[in-house]
Design a protein around this ligand. Structure first.
Ligand code: NAD
Length: 494
């Protein structure tokens, strides 16, 4: 094991006296580092420095805070390849995919650079006689972000950049499975001129998350991860009287209409279903074949599933890397191995395939499962692996009903040549992010990322909704008319 991944507290690396966990390279299964987990003393130091840094950072004019974010954005661009290599080494995704992740994170930082415009309030003159009313937004204080393993740079950037731009301080609790990139972000923030204590990274598991949520210093909690954990985080934060937003799991459907070009739809499903080894919250995991396109679609998907090149993320020939852990590998293999018990047909199963020379890596090849039933476990649960299920239906109505009845509602897409079908789908699909002839309908940062149903708890999205989450409004009513005097016990209209 080569090194210890530290916490980032008060602008410095810090290793706790307590427990450490191994961090593995998913491509080889070998330990590459260990991560220091927070003990009580480390937690105290992190909260103290984040609290101490708040007043001065809050009082800095927004344009000056934005200047730091501009510097940070330039540094991220400069270090994009280095960050991509770091992500790939700890998460397993291909370096090319990791570069895309950093690029998406940069979009959020660029949004945050516009904070002086985002925080502009409203003013109304003469809302009563001699009275003006206006609104301003204040930062909250110490804010907390708990992030998943699958985007170890993008999601921390989405949360932290806007939280910090708004004048808050931010504590990041990244996934313990790939914690290294978060520390690099801390170093780059410092290099960009961010004052010590404004951005903190604290590693840990459930106990650390719960202690942070309960800490009186923490004012707001953002979470991205699985639905079960998201729900408990949201509940705990609400009980502690904190504002919270929690983004959970997904089961994204892509509907293929009879008039869609099958090759184009199959390319989209294969890219979004098998890409990143299926470990994206917006991965397509259900292909819905409408009105007799099933056989042709399954044949086209099988061809693609059979030819995907699996290998280490740092090999440019690899199209998908390993999954994050041996536990994930076993879980995905188990789900596919039992799929036929519920009446499905496994058309392609490469989940047990090994990569020569990397036999201890956590590789899972693509699987394609046809004739999947609504009631089956493989349909109801999030597999989070390179597994595409095909459900066959007769009509768009049935396809929309499938999406409506599923517990998750993150994303949904349709492939069609019909404007009428597309418009109906965009109105009626029960998901927060909807695509038309687009496989992964994640909107650009100037819109918001937000699911429906059990893909989300809370009512604000990420990105161009985050500035609302990370600030509280104040409404001010003024009168500068000294001629108004006298006691008046009435409740007067304007
Ligand atoms: P996870 O829920 O296991 O972990 C997320 C974070 O919570 C990690 O930092 C982890 O350390 C912490 N954590 C784990 N168990 C905890 C507990 N019991 N109490 C408190 N904290 C706990 O999720 P993951 O496996 O890292 O990420 C994959 C999941 O994230 C998938 O379900 C995926 O769909 C979801 N995801 C959703 C979105 C979205 O925008 N909706 C985006 C990315 C990922």
């Amino acid at each position: 094991m080569s090194s210890t991944i530290p916490h980032w507290i008060n602008g410095q690396a810090h290793v706790s006296a307590g427990e450490q966990l191994p961090v593995l390279n998913p491509a080889t299964g070998d330990p590459i580092a260990s991560v220091s987990l927070a003990d009580a003393d480390t937690l105290k130091q992190a909260l103290a420095s984040a609290s101490a840094a708040f007043p001065a950072w809050r009082d800095l004019p927004a344009a000056r805070r934005a200047q730091v974010l501009y510097n940070f954005r330039n540094l991220l661009r400069e270090h994009q390849d280095e960050l991509a290599a770091l992500i790939s080494a700890q998460h397993g995704k291909t370096v090319d995919d990791a570069r895309g992740e950093v690029a998406r994170g940069l979009d959020s930082v660029e949004l945050a650079c516009g904070v002086p415009a985002l925080l502009k309030g409203e003013t109304s003159e003469q809302t009563g006689r001699g009275i003006d009313t206006f609104s301003i937004r204040h930062p909250l204080g110490v804010t907390l972000g708990i992030t998943p393993f699958n985007f170890p740079v993008m999601i921390p950037l989405i949360m932290a950049s806007v939280a910090i731009a708004c004048g808050n301080t931010f504590i990041l609790k990244p996934s313990e499975q790939d914690p290294g990139p978060a520390i690099r972000l801390g170093e780059l923030f410092k290099q960009a001129g961010l004052p010590d204590g404004v951005f903190t990274v604290l590693h840990g598991r459930q106990e650390t998350v719960e202690a942070l949520i309960d800490a009186p210093e923490v004012t707001a909690v953002s979470f991205v991860g699985s639905t079960a954990v998201g729900h408990s985080v949201y509940k705990r934060a609400a009980e502690a009287g904190k504002r919270a937003q929690a983004f959970g799991g997904a089961k994204n459907h892509l509907v293929v209409m009879p008039d869609a070009p099958i090759d184009v739809a199959a390319d989209a499903i294969a890219s979004a279903g098998f890409g990143a080894a299926g470990q994206r919250c917006m991965a397509v995991s259900v292909a819905v074949a409408v009105g007799g396109v099933g056989d042709e679609l399954v044949a086209a998907l099988a061809e693609r599933a059979r030819t995907v090149v699996i290998g280490p993320g740092n090999d440019p020939k690899s199209e998908i890397g390993p999954v994050v852990s041996a536990a994930a590998q076993q879980r995905i293999r188990g789900i596919v191995a039992t799929a036929e018990n519920s009446g499905a047909t496994v058309v392609v199963d490469r989940t047990g395939e090994q990569v020569p020379g990397f036999e201890n890596g956590f590789y899972v090849g693509p699987a394609l499962v046809d004739h999947v039933e609504k009631s089956s476990a493989i349909y109801r649960t999030e597999v989070f692996g390179p597994v595409v299920c095909v459900v066959r239906v007769d009509t768009l109505d049935e396809a929309l009903a499938l999406i409506r009845d599923h517990q998750y509602g993150n994303g949904a897409s349709i492939f069609t040549a019909s404007g009428g079908a597309a418009r109906r789908f965009q109105r009626e699909a029960s998901a927060g992010m909807v695509g038309v002839n687009v496989p992964i309908p994640v909107p650009v940062a100037t819109y918001a990322v937000a699911g429906w149903k059990s893909s989300v708890f809370g009512d604000t999205g990420l990105n161009n909704d985050s500035w609302r989450f990370y600030t509280q409004p104040k409404y001010i009513t003024t009168r500068w008319d000294e001629s108004v005097t006298g006691v008046d016990f009435g409740f007067r209209p304007n």
